[in-house]
Design a protein around this ligand. Structure first.
Ligand SMILES: [Mg+2]
Length: 380
C-alpha cells in the first residue's frame, strides 16, 4: 500500500469566509469585517472530522497600491485569522494575489500560479475541492483538476449563470450555505443509478436525494410523467427517469416496472440511512385531503385508502395507482400509509404524489451532527 495522498480545500476569502463588502469589494477597515453565517462551526467540524489541508486562495485587486494600501488590508485580515484560530480553524497556507485583472498575472485566480506546490503527486487533487462564491473559483477548480463547490445565496439562477459563463463548468455541489458544504464533504451524496431491462421494459433511473428538485422524466405516458415530476420537484431531489415500455400492449408493465426501479434506486441511494429522520408525513391539497406517512424502516407494507371512480386519469389507468405504490413500497422496503378523500380525481392522485414527495423530503433529511441510525435495533 502506498502512502495516502494529501487532500486540500482551496477556500476563497471574500464572499466565502467573510462577506464581500458592497460597492468597492475591498475589505479595508475593521467595520467592514463580517463573517459568512455558519462558516465557523462548519469549518471547525470539517477540520476535526476530515483530513483536508486548508488553503486560503484570494485575489486582492491592487493590494499595495494607492487604491488599496497594505495598511488598510492587514488589520481586518489579521483579525479574521485570529477570530478563526480562536474557533480552532487554522489555515495551513494562505495565498494572496495582489495583481489587477488587466495585468493578466499567472497567479491570479482562476489561474493556478499560486498553487503549483499542490500540483504534484503529493496531492490528490481529484478529491480536493475549491470552495468559492464565484465562477472564477469553479474555473480554478477545473484548472487544478479538482472539484468545485459553488457557494451562492440561492440556487435560483445558478444554471443560467453557468450557461452564460464562457468556460464549461460543472461544480460538484452548488450550496446555499456552509451547513450543506459540511454535510456534502462529510457524508457524501446519496445517489443511485438503476438500469432495469426486461422483455417488456427498459428503464433508467438516476435519483440524487441531495439534489435541488431537478427532474427529467420520459415514460411515454404524459400523465404518469406529470406525477413522477411531482416526486422529484416536491422532495427537492434530482430525478431522471427514462422508460421504453411495451405501451403497444398496455400501460401495466411500464408503470409497475418504473415503480420497482424507482424503489430500488431509493433504497440504494439511502445507503446505510445514518443520520436520517426516517419518518415523514404530510396532509395537504386543494379540494382533497391526501396523506402519505412513510417509514424507511426496512419492512415493506402498504396501506391504501383511496378510491377512484374514473377508469383513467389522462393516459393512466386508475387501477394502476395502487399497483404503483405497492411495487414502490416493496422495492424500497418502506412502509407507506396512503389516504385520500375528495371528488376531483386528478387532484386526488396529484395530491398523493405530492404528499409522497413531501414525506420523502422530511424523511431523508440528514443531520451530520447526529450521525446515527434512527433505530434502537442497530440496523434498518
Ligand atoms: Mg469570492
Amino acid at each position: 500500500m502506498g502512502e495516502r495522498k494529501k487532500r486540500a480545500l482551496f477556500i476563497d476569502r471574500d464572499g466565502t469566509l467573510v462577506k464581500e463588502p458592497p460597492v468597492d469589494y475591498q475589505l479595508d477597515s475593521l467595520e467592514k469585517l463580517e463573517f459568512v453565517p455558519r462558516v465557523m462551526r462548519n469549518l471547525y467540524f470539517i477540520r476535526q472530522r476530515l483530513d483536508f489541508e486548508f488553503v486560503m486562495v484570494t485575489n486582492q485587486d491592487g493590494l499595495g497600491t494607492p487604491s488599496f494600501p497594505e495598511e488598510t488590508f492587514w488589520p481586518a485580515h489579521n483579525l479574521m485569522l485570529k477570530t478563526l484560530a480562536g474557533e480552532g480553524i487554522v489555515f495551513d497556507d494562505i495565498r494572496i494575489d495582489p495583481s489587477l485583472p488587466e495585468e493578466n498575472s499567472p497567479n491570479r485566480k482562476p489561474r493556478t500560479g499560486m498553487l503549483t506546490r499542490y500540483m504534484t503527486d503529493e496531492y490528490d487533487l481529484a478529491n480536493s475541492f475549491v470552495i468559492g462564491d464565484r465562477l472564477t473559483d469553479m474555473e480554478l477548480a477545473r484548472n487544478l483538476g479538482a472539484k468545485g463547490i459553488w457557494l451562492r445565496p440561492s440556487l435560483e439562477g445558478a444554471e443560467e449563470e453557468l450557461k452564460a459563463y464562457p468556460v464549461a463548468l460543472s461544480p460538484a455541489l452548488i450550496a446555499e450555505d456552509w451547513d450543506r458544504i459540511a454535510e456534502f464533504l462529510f457524508a457524501g451524496e446519496r445517489r443511485a443509478i438503476v438500469r432495469r431491462a426486461t422483455k417488456e421494459t427498459d428503464i433508467y433511473v438516476d435519483w440524487n436525494l441531495d439534489g435541488t428538485g431537478k427532474t427529467e422524466i420520459a415514460t411515454g405516458l404524459g400523465f404518469f410523467d406529470h406525477m413522477l415530476e411531482q416526486i422529484g420537484k416536491h422532495s427537492g431531489t434530482d430525478l431522471t427517469i427514462r422508460v421504453k415500455g411495451d405501451l403497444n400492449v398496455d400501460e401495466h408493465h411500464t408503470i409497475e416496472d418504473t415503480a420497482i426501479a424507482l424503489g430500488e434506486a431509493l433504497l440504494q441511494a439511502l445507503g446505510d440511512k445514518r443520520g436520517i429522520e426516517r419518518y415523514g408525513y404530510c396532509l395537504p391539497m386543494d379540494d382533497c385531503l391526501c396523506g402519505v406517512a412513510l417509514d424507511f424502516g426496512g419492512r415493506p407494507w402498504l396501506v391504501w385508502d383511496a378510491e377512484f371512480r374514473r377508469e383513467k386519469v389522462g393516459d393512466m389507468p386508475t387501477e394502476m395507482f395502487l399497483h404503483f405504490f405497492k411495487s414502490l413500497s416493496d422495492a424500497a422496503r418502506m412502509n407507506l400509509n396512503i389516504r385520500a378523500e375528495g371528488t376531483n380525481e386528478h387532484h386526488k392522485i396529484e395530491g398523493i404524489f405530492k404528499a409522497l414527495a413531501r414525506s420523502i423530503k422530511m424523511a431523508i433529511r440528514r443531520d451530520i451532527y447526529k450521525y446515527e441510525l434512527p433505530s434502537t435495533k442497530g440496523m434498518l
